[in-house]
Design a protein around this ligand. Structure first.
Ligand SMILES: C[S@@+](CC[C@H](N)C(=O)[O-])C[C@H]1O[C@@H](n2cnc3c(N)ncnc32)[C@H](O)[C@@H]1O
Length: 203
């Protein structure tokens, strides 16, 4: 098994490159899901950028589906990871995520996803839309882990608002805060709560 340090070798930290998660987020994610019970699990990432976090996920889970509005660029990081499926899709176009792929591959890609990482747009409505879809992924009766990035970032207060609301309704609960802790400040980047939260659906 390749070590965490080897996986993230050369990766920037979020404080220097805000388009990705912090190295602490990646380490916390790795530590939480580095468990044999997650080896055979399928994961989904919304918002891939250059694939820094996608690469870490590909070392934790059997398969990672990642969706982004743009096609992969030449600067895509996890070039040799064969368990990553990259799907070009505008996830906020009002259609369910799975409608971006044809019906014959629908079951393969979108059935039985147990871990979903939300890292697309950060508006309240965007996150609500993401959470609604994540919770409803089939099969609905299987509990899912949903990780939401920039939960405590003061620049995007809609993220926390949406997450707390869905928790209040009883659809999911926060099980762990990860990444930068409350009080972290890097220039204009400020956290009034955890950088990200791992949530678990309640039914
Ligand atoms: C913060 S970056 C993702 C970072 C990545 N998850 C990581 O940890 O390195 C947000 C991504 O969301 C993508 N995005 C923005 N609007 C989108 C949309 N409507 N549909 C799909 N992806 C979108 C952007 O292109 C960008 O790659």
């Amino acid at each position: 098994m390749i070590s965490f340090d080897t996986i993230v070798k050369g990766f920037p930290d979020k404080k220097d490159y805000p388009n990705t998660t912090s190295l602490k987020f990646k380490k916390d994610l790795y530590n939480y899901f580095f468990d044999s019970k997650f080896r055979d699990v399928k994961a989904l990432e919304i918002g891939s950028h250059r694939g820094h976090t996608t690469k870490v996920m590909s070392h934790l889970f059997k398969e990672v589906i990642t969706m982004n509005i743009n096609p992969k660029g030449n600067d895509w990081i996890p070039v040799n990871r064969e368990n990553i499926k990259y799907i070009v899709n505008d996830v906020y176009n009002g259609h369910p995520w799975h409608t971006s792929v044809s019906n014959d591959v629908l079951d393969d890609y979108f059935y039985d996803i147990e871990v979903i990482f939300l890292d697309g747009l950060r508006g309240y409505e965007n996150v609500k839309m993401d959470l609604a879809q994540a919770i409803q992924l089939q099969p609905r009766n299987k509990k899912k882990y949903i990780i939401i990035q920039d939960y405590g970032n003061t620049k995007f207060d809609g993220v926390k608002h949406a997450v707390d609301e869905v928790c209040w309704w009883g659809n999911m609960e926060i099980v762990k805060g990860i990444g930068y802790p409350v009080g972290t400040e890097h220039g204009t980047m400020k956290y009034e709560d955890w950088e990200a939260v791992i949530c678990r659906t309640t039914y």
